[in-house]
Design a protein. Structure first.
Lengths: 326, 288
């Protein structure tokens, strides 16, 4: 892909996102706005995996571990401090640190692709089991009760930094989440265009060659993984905020498979793909959930299978190829 | 003394459970290099098969030991023919496709049976050991797990079928030149792995109950065990199960099940950092 088209595409996408961010609150009602807020938060999560897997070539099946860790970190800190600024920052830092730690063991142990996928998935599921079993008064962090499978309700939502009494209203939250999405999208673009980003993509293409050229493959992968963990944590924080609620379901197999499906459907190796995939599948999940026509897992499973077998490239790269051919 | 006996029983029980839930996966992964993410759902289907059969008046032992493996074995062969066959050699795509399959199974079972726990009572009673009692059924499970390992060992080592299977995995082209049909061997191996998984699902159903999403509770432990075991299917699974089963049960006994689970995972990650190719990558090399 030539550099100029790459930039043109990303600038167009950014412009579209800014337009949506500014225009949508003027036309949709409160319910639609809340819906779009959670969609946007999930798009950030999709971007994190799109970056780690699509560009870093790291098969991370446990992106929801970082997502959930971000959500829980926010919940626990916000309840204890009664204020959201520090909680938000910690929701970025804690998952990133955990990703770095886990990544150290995996990349410096030189585990192969598939093992990586299985280990990350297992970590997520263990988190799921762990959090599910934290019911009861014994499991509390400071003032915050973890509540096991019941989840933690009525979390303090985001407030203006430095003014805990002034909470953000739904429109302001929407602006904030969209701003985060745009920042993450543009940030990842800039990162990928940098020297670091090019090395990362080169490692994805041929690990041995990069190593022989003197690049530290393990360190690069570790950094990609850590950044991805931080972004997923941010998404988790925004998600916890959206419903003022967090439950172990953020770590569930359903959650983690959804993220994979978004990226597979949208397309690996693009940043736009995961966003598109996420929007389509989220819309579908909401529609299926309200109409009760068919079980969501069933439909998602079939779509997942169909894409792996028939459209392994995903929507965005396939369309791009069609457009190039035309 | 009683405590020591009970503790030993608990540990053996933990090891046996790990062997049961991971041996089918070990066969499919170890021999075919196929990672079957629908493994947990195969366990779940085995559980449902046993429960439905028992509720329809089939003897519980027949339901667990025959119906469950048969049903899941057939499902496994169908899945292999329809999906996995086209993806051989593409490890990551197989992994993703079986993930889709796993969601599909969860969805279909939820539609049929609803999102509730189904269960059957464990047969046999309990046995008194001094001040404690242990479940006789769990004791039988330990025996069955050991028997499964022994049967697989004999089947792979001593029978013609086992020789053909091992040969085909080693070099499919050479096997084909010698008149073996590799696709048939693959389908059979996958079917056997699935059947063993179904058997495990059936056997565990009375202990833990089944619900459509129960697979998630098993799949992580099964994968950790198989991966940490390394290349040798039997020795690896047995060694990793013993190690993790003991860690899990001891921690569970002295603290809480939560810490037991976390300890198992932490042990696995540390072990893979030290031995990236699993236990049998370094020890017991060349064993089965």
């Amino acid at each position: 892909m030539s550099g100029r088209r790459w930039w043109k595409g990303s600038i167009l996408t950014t412009a579209a996102m800014v337009l949506i961010a500014l225009g949508v609150p003027q036309v949709v009602d409160q319910f639609g706005l809340l819906q779009l807020t959670v969609f946007a938060a999930m798009c950030i999560l999709a971007l994190s995996l799109g970056f780690v897997w699509g560009y870093g070539g790291i098969l991370c099946f446990g992106q929801s571990a970082f997502f959930g860790l971000g959500a829980y970190t926010y919940a626990v800190t916000a309840i204890n401090l009664g204020e959201s600024t520090v909680a938000t920052l910690l929701a970025l830092v804690v998952p990133a640190v955990f990703a770095a730690l886990l990544g150290y063991f995996m990349f410096y142990g030189r585990l192969s692709d598939v093992y990586l996928g299985v280990i990350t998935l297992s970590v997520t599921l263990i988190f799921f089991n762990l959090m599910n079993s934290t019911a009861g008064d014994a499991y509390r962090v400071g003032k915050a009760r973890l509540n096991g499978f019941n989840g933690m309700p009525s979390l303090p939502t985001l407030n203006v930094p430095g003014d805990p009494g002034r909470l953000l209203d739904p429109a302001e939250t929407f602006y904030l989440v969209m701003a985060c999405l745009v920042i993450v999208y543009v940030g990842l673009h800039v990162l990928l265009a940098s020297h670091f980003g090019r090395v990362v993509v080169a490692i994805r293409e041929n690990e041995a060659r990069c190593e022989l050229l003197g690049y530290d493959v393990r360190l690069h992968k570790l950094l990609v993984f850590t950044i991805g963990g931080g972004i997923a944590g941010l998404a988790g924080c925004l998600f916890a905020n959206w419903g003022a609620f967090v439950s172990p379901n953020v770590f569930s197999l359903t959650m983690t498979s959804q993220i994979i499906i978004w990226v597979i459907v949208g397309g690996l190796g693009t940043l736009l793909g995961p966003i598109i995939g996420c929007l389509i599948m989220q819309y579908l999940a909401t529609a299926l959930g309200t109409q009760q026509l068919a079980n969501t897992s069933l439909v998602f499973g079939v779509i997942f299978l169909a894409f792996v077998l028939l459209v392994p490239r995903g929507i965005v790269p396939s369309l791009r190829r069609l457009a190039l051919r035309a | 003394m009683d405590l020591a006996a009970v503790l030993t029983f608990e540990i053996l029980n933990g090891v046996a459970t790990l062997v049961l839930i991971s041996v089918g996966l070990a066969i499919i992964f170890g021999m075919m290099r196929v990672i079957n993410l629908a493994h947990g759902e195969f366990l779940m289907l085995g559980g449902y098969a046993a429960i439905v059969a028992t509720n329809h008046g089939v003897n519980i032992w027949v339901a667990m030991l025959l119906v469950a493996p048969l049903v899941v074995g057939v499902i496994g062969v169908i899945a292999e023919r329809l999906i996995i066959r086209v993806l051989y050699g593409r490890m990551i795509d197989t992994l993703l496709a079986t993930w889709g399959l796993s969601l599909f199974f969860i969805g279909i079972v939820t539609t049929i049976f609803g999102n509730t726990v189904a269960g059957i009572g464990a047969p046999l009673g309990s046995l008194g050991v001094g001040r404690y009692t242990i479940s006789l059924y769990r004791l039988v499970l330990i025996g069955i797990a050991a028997a499964i390992l022994a049967v697989i060992f004999v089947a792979l080592r001593r029978t013609r079928l086992g020789l053909i299977a091992r040969g085909t995995m080693e070099n499919p082209n050479m096997a084909a030149a010698l008149g073996v049909s590799p696709p048939r061997v693959y389908a059979t191996t996958f079917g056997v792995g699935a059947a063993l998984t179904g058997l495990a699902g059936g056997l565990l159903a009375p202990i833990s109950g089944v619900l459509p999403t129960v697979g998630a509770a098993y799949v992580a432990k099964a994968f950790i065990t198989v991966i940490s075991g390394g290349t040798a299917i039997l020795a690896g699974t047995a060694a990793a199960s013993s190690l993790f089963g003991s860690i899990n049960q001891l921690l569970t006994y002295f603290t809480t099940p939560v810490i037991g689970e976390a300890g198992l995972l932490a042990a696995a990650i540390l072990l893979l950092r030290a031995l990236p190719h699993g236990i049998t990558g370094k020890l017991f090399r060349g064993s089965l």
